[in-house]
Design a binder for this molecule. Structure first.
Ligand SMILES: *[C@@H]1O[C@H](CO)[C@@H](O)[C@H](O)[C@H]1NC(C)=O
Ligand SMILES: *[C@@H]1O[C@H](CO)[C@@H](O)[C@H](O)[C@H]1NC(C)=O
Ligand SMILES: *[C@@H]1O[C@H](CO)[C@@H](O)[C@H](O)[C@H]1NC(C)=O
Length: 320
C-alpha cells in the first residue's frame, strides 16, 4: 500500500514542480511588450511583422500560414496548401515591395523534400511553388529565406549546408555552396542543424548563421565570396536573423536573442547585447516591428487551444 501511495505521489509532485517552474519562467515574458495569441497548433516556427497591414504572419510546423491581427490576437489560417501536404512550413519572409510572403517548405523528419513557396498577400493565392531538393534522394531541409532588392530569394539548406538562389518568378534555381560553410562544422563531432537564419543586408550581400557551429557567414549575392565573420565568440544555437540597423543584427535562438554589431561592413562583429525571454518556449525567429525586435517562440501551451507568444526583446548589454 505504501508503495502504491509513493508511486502515485511522485508523478503528481513531478508535474507540480514542472508547472511551477513553467509559470515562473512565463513571468519573464512580461518584461516588455508582447503578443499572446490563440492557436490550434503546438508549434509555430516563424513570425514576421507585416508593417503595411499591421499584422503578424506566422508559419505552421504542420504546414500552412496564419495571420494574427494586432487587436484580435487570434490566429487565422490564410494558407493551407495541399500541394506539399505533410511538410512543414518554416522560415518566412515578407517581401513588402512585391506584396508577397515567401516561405521555406520542408519534410522535417525524412528530409526528402524541400521547396520555396510564394503567396500574394492581398489574396493569399499562390504565386509559385518551386522544388529545391534534388530528386536524387540527397537529404535536405529548407529552413529560412531572405529576399534581395531585386526579388531574388535565398533559402538555406540546414541539412546540405548550401543556399539555394531562386529567381523572382521562381523559375530558376542556382546553388550557392562553399567549403567555408563546412570548414568550422567539419571540426565538430556531429552536426545537428547547419545553415539556418539568413538576411539580406542593404549593402548588397547576405548574412547567414550556421546554428550548430555558431558561425556567421557573409555571402555575396552571386555566391562567389563566402567568408566567416570574425567574432571573438561563437554564436552557438543561433537561429532566425533580422537586422535592426545595417550595423546591428539580432540573432534569435538560445538565449532568446542576441545583438551582434559590426563597424566594418561585417568583416568582423562582436556580441553586444542579450535577451533572456521565456526560454522553455524555444525562440526561433525574430522580426522588427516599429523599430523594435520581436522574438517568436516555437512552443504553444494550453489545453483546449494553445497560447503562443511573440515577445519584445528586452536587451541587456553584455559585460566584456
Ligand atoms: C512533401 O511534399 C511533397 C510534394 O507534394 C510530397 O511528395 C511529399 O510526400 C511530402 N512529404 C511528406 C513528409 O509528406
Ligand atoms: C524519406 O525519409 C525516410 C526517413 O529517412 C525514409 O525512410 C523514406 O524511405 C524516405 N522516402 C523517400 C520517398 O525517399
Ligand atoms: C580576427 O580579429 C582578431 C581581433 O581583432 C584579429 O587578431 C585576427 O587577426 C582576425 N582574424 C582574421 C582572420 O581576420
Amino acid at each position: 500500500m505504501m508503495e502504491i501511495k509513493r508511486l502515485l505521489f511522485l508523478p503528481v509532485l513531478f508535474l507540480s514542480v514542472i508547472s511551477m517552474a513553467l509559470l515562473n519562467l512565463e513571468k519573464s515574458k512580461h518584461a516588455g511588450e508582447h503578443m499572446e495569441y490563440q492557436s490550434y497548433g503546438w508549434f509555430r516556427e516563424s513570425a514576421a511583422w507585416d508593417a503595411k497591414n499591421r499584422r503578424f504572419v506566422v508559419s505552421f510546423m504542420e504546414g500552412g500560414l496564419g495571420q494574427i491581427g494586432e487587436i484580435s490576437k487570434e490566429e487565422f489560417t490564410v494558407v493551407k496548401d495541399g500541394d506539399y501536404a505533410g511538410n512543414a512550413t518554416l522560415g518566412l519572409e515578407i517581401d513588402l515591395p512585391r506584396g508577397r510572403t515567401l516561405v521555406a517548405v520542408a519534410d522535417l523528419f525524412g528530409n526528402n523534400y524541400s521547396a520555396l513557396a510564394a503567396y500574394d498577400m492581398a489574396t493569399w493565392q499562390r504565386i509559385f511553388l518551386v522544388q529545391l531538393s534534388s530528386t536524387g534522394g540527397a537529404k535536405s531541409l529548407a529552413d529560412d529565406v531572405a529576399v534581395d532588392a531585386e526579388g531574388n530569394a535565398y533559402v538555406t539548406d540546414a541539412c546540405g549546408n548550401v543556399i539555394w538562389k531562386v529567381s523572382p518568378e521562381g523559375s530558376m534555381v542556382a546553388v550557392i555552396s562553399s567549403p567555408a560553410f563546412s570548414s568550422v562544422p567539419a571540426k565538430l563531432p556531429f552536426n545537428l542543424v547547419g545553415l539556418n537564419g539568413i538576411v539580406y543586408h542593404p549593402g548588397g550581400y547576405l548574412l547567414a548563421v550556421h546554428t550548430w557551429a555558431g558561425v556567421l557567414f557573409k555571402v555575396s549575392l552571386d555566391g562567389q565570396h563566402v567568408t566567416a565573420v570574425n567574432m571573438s565568440s561563437f554564436l552557438v544555437m543561433g537561429d532566425g536573423l533580422e537586422l535592426l540597423t545595417p550595423e546591428r543584427l539580432v540573432v534569435a535562438g538560445m538565449p532568446s536573442a542576441r545583438i551582434v554589431e559590426s563597424r566594418d561592413d561585417w568583416r568582423s562583429a562582436k556580441l553586444t547585447h542579450r535577451y533572456v525571454g521565456p526560454m522553455h518556449r524555444g525562440a526561433t525567429a525574430v522580426t522588427v516591428k516599429d523599430g523594435k525586435a520581436f522574438v517568436s517562440h516555437v512552443l504553444g501551451l494550453g489545453l483546449r487551444k494553445r497560447t503562443h507568444l511573440i515577445t519584445e526583446a528586452v536587451f541587456k548589454p553584455v559585460s566584456l
